[in-house]
Ligand binder design. Structure first.
Ligand code: DAH
Length: 357
């Protein structure tokens, strides 16, 4: 019995983790453990033998149990000490510089445009960026053979052979939102639709994804005069120049009749562009009176309703307002650029609080 004792006490002292301890416990005190078996032998002993062997076995059992418990506790302490040693933190280190995100110029300008048009009673509408070619073209009076389809460098979505759903495109402009909005809400309406558009084009002033804002106002008696007033109000507020001059040039878009491209007054002095002064002109948008075909496509009766529409590049007016020379930098995610051209996140643009301060 002394051998047994020495064997287990030593093994418990040497156990490196709790699994080994548990195995030792089973080996000694489990149902078929060495000590348990010996206790079963007690029944076959003479009463005299039992009188000494019984208490001795019980004492051995207690001793092993408390050795196991003690070892278990010290293993736990060691594990804790290891963790404390490896997970320490030097709270006296100097703090890292505070980093702050900023608002991207596109988001900022979208908010500014929205605030100005909201003040004139325009709601914001949205449409999908992947749309059918019917919404992007046909409904807007651009039939299959029309050269405008080719000019737009459209991205077509892949179609498996045998798939006879209508062809889908990445929308090339925000104009399809006109159709979707009128289809759902009818006339009268007054909306802007800012969002991403896509064309396969890439240079200093073109990126395959860019941002436009569409405008649409439909009622019984809306005319080009309303269009001119709304746009002049917009430019004065956006560029923060009172009485900014605009120039309407006759143009052609399939979805408007008549159509006009709109320029704003500017000057170039010493290579510096100034908006709202001088006698230069900068083209900023396309517009016109909504074509009857467009109204009909959206289920609006052109003998009852009429109105204007316009489409403007958000990135372009952002570049003009904030003097950003290269469009491609908008989408490079260069932190230095974002810190330089970004806006403070708590300065939400409003007409009363200031658009861009
Ligand atoms: N959708 C045109 C484009 O992307 C812009 C445009 C022109 C929109 C005239 C209009 C409009 O609503 O009336 O080039």
């Amino acid at each position: 019995m002394t051998d047994l004792r020495d064997k287990y006490i030593q093994a418990i002292a040497d156990a490196g983790d709790e699994n080994v301890l548990e195995a030792l416990r089973v080996q000694a005190l489990g149902k078929k453990g060495e000590i348990s078996l010996q206790m079963r032998e007690l029944g076959r002993m003479t009463p005299e033998e039992r009188q000494t062997a019984g208490p001795a076995l019980n004492a051995l059992k207690d001793e092993i149990n408390s050795a196991l418990a003690a070892r278990k506790e010290s293993l736990g302490d060691a594990a804790l000490n290891d963790r404390l040693r490896s997970e320490w933190l030097d709270v006296t280190l100097p703090a890292r510089g505070r980093r702050q995100g900023s608002i991207h110029p596109i988001s900022q300008v979208t908010e500014e445009v929205t605030a100005i048009f909201a003040d004139m009673g325009f709601a914001v509408a949205e449409g999908p960026q992947v749309d059918t070619d019917w919404y992007n073209f046909d409904a807007l009076n651009i039939p299959g053979h029309h050269p405008a389809r080719a000019e737009m460098d459209t991205f077509y979505m892949h179609r498996a052979p045998g798939d006879n759903r209508p062809p889908h495109v990445l929308r090339t402009h925000t104009s399809p939102v006109q159709i979707r909005h009128m289809e759902k809400h009818g006339a009268p309406c007054r909306i802007i639709a800012p969002g991403r558009v896509y064309r396969a084009d890439y240079d200093q002033t073109h990126t395959p994804m860019f941002n436009q804002v569409e405008g649409l106002a439909i009622d019984k008696d809306i005319s080009m005069a309303n269009l001119k007033w709304v746009l002049e109000e917009f430019f004065a507020a956006f560029f923060e120049v009172d009485g900014i001059k605009t120039r309407f040039r006759a143009s052609h878009f399939p979805f408007t009749e008549p159509s006009a491209e709109v320029d704003i007054q500017c000057s170039w002095v010493d290579g510096q562009l100034k908006i709202g002064e001088g006698d230069g002109w900068l083209e900023v948008l396309g517009s016109g009176m909504v074509h009857p075909h467009v109204l009909r496509s959206a289920g609006v009766d052109p003998s009852q309703w009429q109105g204007f529409a316009f489409g403007m590049g958000i990135d372009r007016i952002a570049m003009l307002k904030y003097g950003i020379p290269d469009l491609r930098a908008f989408f490079d995610s260069d932190l230095r650029w974002l810190r330089h051209y970004g806006f403070a996140s708590l300065d939400v643009p409003t007409l009363h609080g200031g658009l861009s301060r």
